[in-house]
Design a protein around this ligand. Structure first.
Ligand SMILES: [Zn+2]
Ligand SMILES: [Zn+2]
Length: 552
């Protein structure tokens, strides 16, 4: 579908992030030019067997790629930059973002050998792109150097908040610049697009200062080693940990590739200052007394290959948990990972460690605005139209209701979903035809080839296992010359069920005998059906049956 753009139209087209937390990506179109804001991925839920990542569907953008003028990034989290490696090879446009955001993008692209035109912008910069001008406004979030975007368009001003919270008492300048937002909103804002993640949480998010105070108390009391895990891009929290360690006479060692990389990037740009002599190699800490050691490790989500998980299994090459260790999970439990994280926590206790996490102590603060902060944003911007972004469907609905409470006319607080473009006219709005927005699954080098039918097969294999029947028959006589052999995976414990598999062979032989000769395809189908029937009857199980029948 080609949308026509008059002089007096602005179309926003969400490709992802409206209906899920992840995949954030939105196209802005006016006067024949398109700018993409964010290009994020999502990590698959458990039921997407073997799928590595999920990315938005770019077809529509690529079909009109001569119109695309730039990609503008709000911040460096994966749900905002992670899909770039699947978009940039197909297009040649500049990518704008803060220096830290682009450093993360650059590291990601370099790994894959993808070239890109990365253009860092500073807070307060105004960049003209086609009929748009983007103003970059600093926001406070769980990653440093994020921006809200004040977008001047032919149809008036649009504010895209990116991911944000309002820290009322910010440290080290990590603040949401509400003054800049108010200044941008002064001439009137046509449309506000705002982060909906925490609309269900009342009040205000904890501030980083409160987290710091809580961590300080813990550091002061701890007598053994302190082992901290957190999101590896949370540079501000890392700074706090380095500062506290130095203040308590502790040394810090880092374990985990993503942590080491992000720390290097942040230090290079001057965003992380490590007190002299505080950072050691992991090996160097073994000669220090326990009360002088802090280990910062990856694995806050229970990832099986990350340092913390391997330590909890006592399988880490360099680090072993011991009695007296205090482990701090200074991060959110992402809902899909709760089980994995809880297992790690239980294993850490088994090894004699004490574990603190968000639920038992204030050692993590969300990076997303709670309800009262969302209200402040709405009241500061006072938009004519409101579209909630960055949320599951219920978050979007609740955020649109909050907008109405804050003075937006009910018919102008719109809940859009991925693939539903909205056009703003000089008078009123128009909902465009929806554009397919099913997400694309990436498994290894295959992009989009794993569809519903492959997933269904993987689900069956995982649920009931597989039985392979191998059989060679004589082309002339139809007699069995080899087999049948039966091999199963994930179906039954073969030794225990040897008799059952023998019976299954008889079922196969019977089918071969009774089947009309010469039609292998039909025979395969008969064998498959007969075995499924047999397993259903005797075991009440329905494995995937694969007959390999060869006629020679
Ligand atoms: Zn974020
Ligand atoms: Zn996000």
């Amino acid at each position: 579908m080609a949308l026509t753009h008059g002089q007096d139209e602005l179309t926003i087209h969400p490709l992802g992030g409206l209906g899920e937390i992840g995949l954030n990506c939105m196209a802005f179109k006016a006067q024949g030019s398109t700018v993409l804001v964010d290009c994020g991925l999502m990590f698959p839920e458990d039921y997407l067997f073997g799928v590595d990542v999920v990315i938005p569907r770019f077809e529509h953008i690529l079909a009109e790629k001569d119109k695309l003028k730039a990609v503008v990034l709000t911040h460096g989290h994966e749900d905002h930059i992670g899909a770039l490696p699947w978009l940039l090879p197909h297009i040649d446009v500049p990518v704008y973002g803060s220096d830290f955001t682009l450093a993360l993008v650059n590291a990601k692209l370099k790994e894959r050998g993808i070239p890109a035109d990365l253009r860092p912008v500073k807070p307060g910069d105004r960049v003209e792109i086609g009929p748009f001008a983007f103003n970059f406004i600093p926001v406070c979030h769980s990653i440093i150097k994020g921006y809200a975007l004040g977008i001047e368009t032919p149809m008036g001003r649009v504010l895209h908040t990116g991911d944000f919270k309002i820290d009322r008492n910010p440290m080290d300048g990590h603040m949401t610049d509400m003054d800049a937002i108010r200044r941008f909103a002064e001439p009137g804002v046509k449309l506000l697009l705002s982060d909906s993640t925490n609309v269900e949480r009342d009040g205000f998010a904890l501030t980083e200062r409160e987290i710091m105070a809580s961590l300080r108390e813990i550091f002061d009391k701890a007598r053994g080693r302190i082992i901290v895990t957190l999101f590896s891009s949370h540079i501000q929290r890392l700074q706090e940990i380095f500062d506290l360690a130095a203040a308590c006479g502790r040394k810090v060692a880092i374990s985990g590739k993503s942590l080491a990389r992000n720390i290097d990037l942040a230090r290079e740009l001057g965003y992380l200052r490590i007190p002299a002599g505080t950072l050691l190699e992991v090996e160097e800490t073994s000669s220090l007394p326990d009360e002088q050691v802090v280990l910062v490790v990856t694995g806050s989500q229970g990832e099986p290959l990350a340092a913390l998980s391997r330590m909890s299994l006592d399988e880490h090459r360099q680090m072993r948990i011991k009695k007296g260790d205090l482990v701090l999970l200074s991060s959110r439990f992402i809902p899909g990972n709760v089980l994995a994280i809880t297992k790690v926590i239980n294993r850490l206790y088994k090894l004699g460690a004490e574990v603190l996490y968000e639920k038992v102590q204030a050692i993590h603060a969300s990076g997303h605005a709670h309800r009262e902060e969302l209200r402040i944003m709405l009241e500061a911007v006072r938009p004519k139209y409101f579209v909630p972004i960055h949320g599951e469907y219920r978050h979007l609905v609740k955020h649109s209701r909050l907008a109405v409470e804050c003075g937006v006319m009910p018919e102008r607080a719109m809940v859009l979903e991925d693939g539903q473009p909205l056009t703003i006219l000089s008078q009123g709005i128009r909902l465009e035809d929806a554009v397919p927005a099913e997400r694309i699954l990436v498994d290894g080098k295959g992009v989009g080839d794993v569809g519903q039918s492959v997933l269904k097969e993987r689900q069956l294999l995982a649920g009931e296992g597989m039985v392979v029947v191998l059989l060679v028959i004589d082309k002339e006589t139809g007699e069995i010359t080899l087999g049948p052999d039966i091999v199963s995976k994930g179906f039954v414990f073969e030794q225990q069920y040897a008799h059952l598999l023998e019976d299954a062979k008889c079922v196969v032989m019977e089918e071969v005998e009774n089947a009309p000769k010469g039609n292998i395809k039909k025979l395969k189908e008969r064998v498959r059906m007969a075995l499924r029937r047999f397993f259903r009857t005797v075991l009440d199980r329905d494995p995937v049956v694969v007959p390999l029948i060869i006629a020679i």
